[in-house]
Design a protein around this ligand. Structure first.
Ligand code: NAP
Length: 256
């Protein structure tokens, strides 16, 4: 299926690693021009890895000013924005007991602040192109996790904003959707596993409970859903939360 993404300009936040990197690789294979926004220190506008058409923009998305600047830099380079994938995030384990009010607010800012900032500053450009937005969420927003108040609150807000923006942007025929991973093998996931005394045993326990094939989701499988949702092949899909998780969040827990 041709996704009609050739020469479309797509911004992927957190695109240097993990899920974001898989999204960047797939979109460039589909012929899109991808702007990768990430903290990783690389010279601006260089090509990381095999991203033949991806361009790197260094930014820490922690402030509105940084987001405004990086959007301006991307528009100066590409002249248009057709889609925004809000993906950067970190499960920083700011909980009720292990955490402070200041850390909670910082976690919210780091996990959902830039979803708003980036969308706000991209909007005038997206409106010109009937652009699309995909927000990456987390199943923790509907299941809880324990010890992750900031991250989980932010991910809940991301689902709410997906619905909110889908409605606000109807007059411009713009679509907004969310893709929700659960357990995906990425650097973020590996560092989460390392927090357990026996990471391999924890991985085995989690995998056992994933109904479809008893394995983690691959980053490519998240990327496939994202590419479909930003493409015009999903032209009547908006405000949706798509779980790509091997059935982990919703299927009957008595199965093993
Ligand atoms: P990852 O492997 O840590 O990759 C995320 C990338 O985003 C990293 O390069 C990171 O840079 C960058 N980043 C984070 N915060 C940033 C900021 N403020 N400014 C600029 N760059 C920033 O994470 P991942 O597992 O691919 O996760 C991607 C998304 O999926 C996140 O929103 C996460 O919540 C969600 N998710 C993942 C899983 C999973 O199982 N992996 C499950 C549910 C949801 P640094 O490494 O330098 O911080």
């Amino acid at each position: 299926m041709d996704l009609h993404l050739k020469n479309k300009t797509v911004i992927v936040t957190g695109g240097a690693r993990g899920i974001g990197k898989a999204i960047v690789e797939l979109l460039t294979e589909e012929g899109a021009r991808v702007a990768i926004v990430d903290k990783l220190t690389l010279p601006n506008k260089t090509l990381p890895d095999r991203n033949a058409k991806g361009y790197y923009f260094t930014a820490d998305l922690g402030t509105a000013e940084a987001c405004q600047q990086v959007v301006a830099d991307i528009v100066a380079e590409f002249g248009q924005i057709d889609a925004l994938v809000n993906n950067a995030g970190v499960n920083d384990k700011i909980g009720l007991e292990k955490g402070t009010p200041e850390q909670f607010i910082a976690s919210i800012n780091n996990n959902v602040g830039h979803y708003y900032f980036m969308t706000h500053y991209c909007l005038p450009h997206l409106k010109e192109r009937r652009g699309t937005i995909v927000n990456i969420g987390s199943k923790t927003s509907v299941t809880g996790q324990g010890g992750s108040s900031g991250y989980v609150a932010a991910k809940g807000a991301i689902l709410a904003l997906t619905r909110e923006w889908a409605i606000e942007l109807l007059p411009y025929a713009m679509r907004v959707n969310a893709v929700i991973p659960a357990e995906v093998s990425t650097p973020l996931y590996e560092s989460w596993l390392k927090g357990f005394s026996d990471p391999q045993e924890k991985l085995r326990q989690v995998s056992k409970k994933i109904p479809l094939e008893h394995r983690l989701t691959k980053p490519d499988e998240i990327a496939n859903a994202v590419a479909f949702l930003i493409s015009d092949r999903s032209s009547h899909t908006t405000g949706q939360w798509i779980f790509v998780d091997g059935g982990y969040t919703h299927l009957d827990r008595s199965i093993s």
